[in-house]
Design a protein around this ligand. Structure first.
Ligand SMILES: [Zn+2]
Ligand SMILES: [Zn+2]
Length: 438
């Protein structure tokens, strides 16, 4: 009998941790942080977690013997990462160093690069971890378990879903995925492979059940282009640092409108790291005339900041103040002090190209952010295409894969999910900490 412990990622968005046990073989699918649970206790910088034991005591991390750094015998044969988003990967910093971490090559590059830029601490420490990379079509054996990764399209490059072949049947795990993205064919490959394997169980994400908005990357391009064409002043655009598709979209708009896309130092550093992977077709941050890097005002720069500023075309707040109609500035709510220096003139725009606030904490951040926009006189446009399946796509996917059973994951609406697809498969709702059998 095969058992799956739902250690995180049920009844919540992210924090995925699914422990698959087949006789003596064990693998952990994703090791993500439950950001919601963590946020219930901690709010940085004033109250930050001190160590892993604290997170376990508070129930934010599962209490699994020998899974963490102080463990002896490895608790599992491997940790398998679907992609580099922190709600799927962050807890590997705390992992027992005898346990290898498997992920795609792009994921490994992103994890290492982001880790270099983040403040060091027990939640950001890849030192001593043994990474092994896989690609689509590989079959990796862990005793009775065989893992088959297949690429999917998501809002970060290098994302995978998995087929887990066990002694009692096949489990399919979606990771995070979408069917309306620029690389929809990757997801189609995964869905077809899953369909062929006639899975007994599908662990399938349902992030967007109450946030349906079917917009493609092409629509983001067209709508943003329309706004920017009619905007004579400064354009600010906010999008996730690791969303390379979105960066490519704004880069193209910049070129078409005779503007320069000015990215953050963090985005530039990540772009340079990913430029080695030719499949990703990342814009060339070192040479492209429509790309530059924003130099934040600060007294001391980190080594990686000096490194990237030394190699790229650099813009300061003064440069941007003097050429507001020639720039699209990638900036988030955290960059508002810089925008104070830039002093946006009339007729500008702020394009929010990330998800709208969906919890109380984000709501509060959002309200504070509106105060800044009020001060600057910048109207806000919400133009986004989600990294997750839309409800209609989800139904089509489940119908095609035709699993015998399905467990909704990565969703705050498991009951809605059940009712929505109960004619297609048998839906089981698992609680955090519960075990299901295959
Ligand atoms: Zn996620
Ligand atoms: Zn994700």
């Amino acid at each position: 009998m095969v058992q799956i412990d739902l250690l995180g990622g049920v009844g919540e968005i992210g924090g995925n941790k699914f422990l698959v046990r087949d006789k003596d073989s064990r693998i952990l699918l994703d090791f993500g942080m439950s950001l919601g649970a963590r946020g219930q206790f901690f709010s940085e910088p004033f109250l930050a977690p001190r160590d892993g034991q604290g997170l376990i005591t508070l129930g934010i991390l599962p209490d699994v013997h020998d899974l963490y750094r102080d463990g002896n015998q490895p608790a599992v044969d491997a940790v398998i990462l679907s992609h580099a988003h922190i709600d799927h990967s962050m807890c590997i910093s705390l992992l027992n160093r005898k346990i290898p971490v498997y992920c795609g090559e792009t994921t490994l590059a992103i994890l290492k690069t982001l880790s270099e830029m983040r403040q060091k601490g027990f939640e950001n420490d890849l030192e001593g971890l043994e990474f092994k990379t896989f690609r689509t079509g590989d079959h990796i054996g862990f005793g009775d378990i065989q893992l088959e990764p297949v690429h999917v399209d998501h809002s970060i490059p290098g994302s995978y879903g998995f087929l887990i072949h066990t002694s009692t049947g096949t489990i399919t795990y979606s990771g995070d995925f979408r069917a309306h993205g620029t690389k929809a064919s990757l997801t189609a490959d995964f869905v077809e492979t899953a369909e062929r394997s006639q899975p007994d169980l599908f662990l399938c994400e349902g992030t967007n059940l109450v946030r349906g908005d079917l917009r493609t990357e092409q629509e983001v391009l067209e709508k943003s282009d329309h706004v920017i064409k009619k905007t004579g002043g400064l354009v600010l655009a906010s999008f996730s640092s690791a969303d390379i598709d979105r960066l490519r979209t704004f880069h193209q708009i910049a070129r078409d409108n005779d503007r320069i896309l000015v990215v953050t130092m963090k985005q530039a550093y990540l772009l340079r790291a990913l430029s080695k992977d030719k499949h990703l077709e990342t814009p060339d941050v070192l040479h492209d005339p429509n790309l530059a890097v924003y130099q934040r005002t600060k007294k001391v720069y980190f080594h990686w900041e000096r490194d990237i500023l030394g190699e790229t075309s650099v813009k300061t707040s003064k440069d941007i103040r003097e050429a507001q109609d020639k720039v699209i500035l990638a900036s988030s709510s955290y960059d508002m002090n810089e925008v104070l220096d830039i002093q946006p003139g009339p007729g500008g725009a702020f394009i929010n190209s990330s998800s709208e606030p969906f919890n109380e904490e984000m709501e509060m951040d959002h309200e504070r952010f509106i105060n800044w926009l009020n001060h600057f006189g910048l109207p806000m446009y919400q133009i986004h295409s989600s990294g997750h399946m839309m409800p209609t796509e989800l139904r089509e996917t489940i119908e095609q894969v035709a699993p015998k059973r399905l467990v909704p994951i990565h969703t705050e609406q498991p009951e809605l999910y059940r009712l929505f697809v109960k004619d297609l498969t048998k839906v089981e709702l698992g609680n955090k900490g519960s075990t299901i059998e295959v």
